[in-house]
Design a protein around this ligand. Structure first.
Ligand code: NDP
Length: 252
């Protein structure tokens, strides 16, 4: 996608990114900060989040806040408390990028383990729902808020061996569509991004033999992440976007 955002696209915006310590989430957080946003960096590994916070500061960005939360362990009450605490501390939330995700086992359905299945559904679906629900009141206080979910090509067309990951991404697409139908675009816009094969740790786990040099980097796919987070997309809702529309799914 070619997109030339204004330098101040996200000035004065308060944006939460989940899985902000690594991969695409890390790059999105750094990118949003470069365009003026104040970041809430949520993830499970405090040291990684602290490093992103430091990099934002080193680049002259607004002070970011680290929220350490393991999405596979957190209970309903923790999301509620987080929502209540942030309601006291910040005026609104202009954007939420639900990016954290787990791959689980790449194996035929007959061999998918129940524990791995539950864990992936917990992080990719249940935690995403609970966090989104907790953040909705803050999002609805913002002018033109944007809610983005992270999908995958296997969340639109099932593929052998992608088991729970594919099922969790179908659920993510569904969550996006339901929410988009519940709010007019002007009140809250809700969309998905399918990053397409991108050079990260998750991708390496999925395709260990692949030549990573042939893949786009997280930085390469940022235009759609910026477009959907900023006001230029204010009429778009209920859409599943591809960060790499010309790329065919599967190994590079
Ligand atoms: P990475 O594995 O590189 O990063 C995932 C991030 O999610 C990490 O920061 C990780 O934290 C965090 N995370 C994982 N589990 C938890 C948890 N229990 N609690 C809190 N945070 C957690 O993945 P990518 O950057 O590649 O993927 C980002 C999103 O894009 C995912 O939703 C993925 O499904 C999707 N996607 C990626 C594609 C790709 O080719 N890379 C293709 C299609 C979709 P930590 O660093 O601590 O492990």
């Amino acid at each position: 996608m070619y997109y030339q955002p204004a330098n101040n696209l996200l000035q004065q915006r308060i944006i939460m990114v989940t899985g902000a310590g690594d991969g695409i989430g890390r790059e999105a957080a750094l990118t949003y900060a470069r365009y003026g946003a104040s970041l809430l960096l949520l993830g499970r590994t405090e040291a990684k989040l602290a490093a992103v916070r430091q990099q934002i500061a080193d680049e002259g960005g607004a002070d970011a806040r680290v929220i350490t939360l393991d999405l596979s362990q957190a209970g309903e009450q923790e999301y509620r408390q987080l929502g209540e605490a942030l309601m006291r501390e910040i005026p609104r939330l202009d954007g939420l990028l639900n990016n954290a995700g787990l791959l689980g086992e790449i194996a035929p359905m007959a061999r998918q383990s129940a524990d791995s299945w539950r864990n992936v559904m917990e992080v990719n679906v249940n935690a995403t729902f609970l966090l989104t629900r907790a953040m909705l009141p803050l999002l609805l206080k913002a002018y033109r808020p944007s809610l983005i979910f992270s999908s995958s090509s296997v969340g639109r067309q099932g593929r052998a061996n992608w088991g729970v990951y594919a099922v969790s991404k179908f659920a993510t697409e569904g969550m996006m569509q339901v929410l988009a139908d519940e709010y007019p675009a002007a009140r809250l816009r809700v969309n998905c991004i399918n990053p397409g094969g991108t050079r990260t740790a998750m991708r390496k786990n999925a395709f260990p033999g692949e030549d990573a040099e042939k893949l786009k980097t997280p930085a390469d796919i940022m235009p759609i992440y910026l477009y959907l987070m900023g006001d230029d997309s204010h009429r778009k809702t209920g859409i599943s976007f591809d960060a790499q529309p010309d790329r065919k799914p599967g190994p590079a």
